[in-house]
Design a protein around this ligand. Sequence first.
Ligand SMILES: [Zn+2]
Length: 242
Amino acid sequence: MKIITGKHSPNFNDRKSHIDIIVIHYTGMKSEHEALDHLCNKSSKVSSHYLINFLGGIYSLVDEEKRAWHAGVSCWNGDNDINSSSIGIELENPGHDFGYKPFTNPQMVSLESLIRYLISKYNIPLHNIVGHSDIAPLRKKDPGELFDWKRLAKKNLSIWPKKSSVNPFNNICIGEKSKSVLEVQEALSDIGYKINKDGYFGNETQLVLKAFQRRFGSGKFDGYFDNITGMLIHSIKSLTKI
Ligand SMILES: [Zn+2]
């Protein structure tokens, strides 16, 4: 791995739990320089453990044993302090606000080495390798639909739905309150998403479905339920049962 030294962030404190999640982000800033400045500036109060630039160079900004500040208000599998239990990795990319573009091959190669190293060091389960949008679906889109989760999965560094899956859910519509909605919410919750299990297909359920679709390649991410989304949810749920 090409680790670039010399850049450090002052934005960290002590962890309150052990490491078992990896969170992938994009920087969402115009340049690498700007992103590094932001992550290393005391007044920004944000940081990450690593940043990988387009050339595949890896900056180590916060020591792994420390709690970096990248997750914000977020939750996964009932864990509300993701900063304490995760390693945060930022990928250089202008993001949806400044010209979102594909991640580069050198960037992905470096990310794969880094994830492989972290999985073996901390014994991180594959279903706990997540995007920022998975742990904060109401606020975040990163790393976004151009991030190649399937490529990671092929190298056994992420989960990915199986093609042969069936859709066991009834079709559901926005505004509906029903047992069928509840069944979808329960499945999303079992996967790890924070969602109210109230049987109502409102704004929150739509945003969680959007995050799920963005992540698992349903071909669309409008948050509307359809047969493919149901199939993918069923498949991913079966992969996350421990
Ligand atoms: Zn992020």
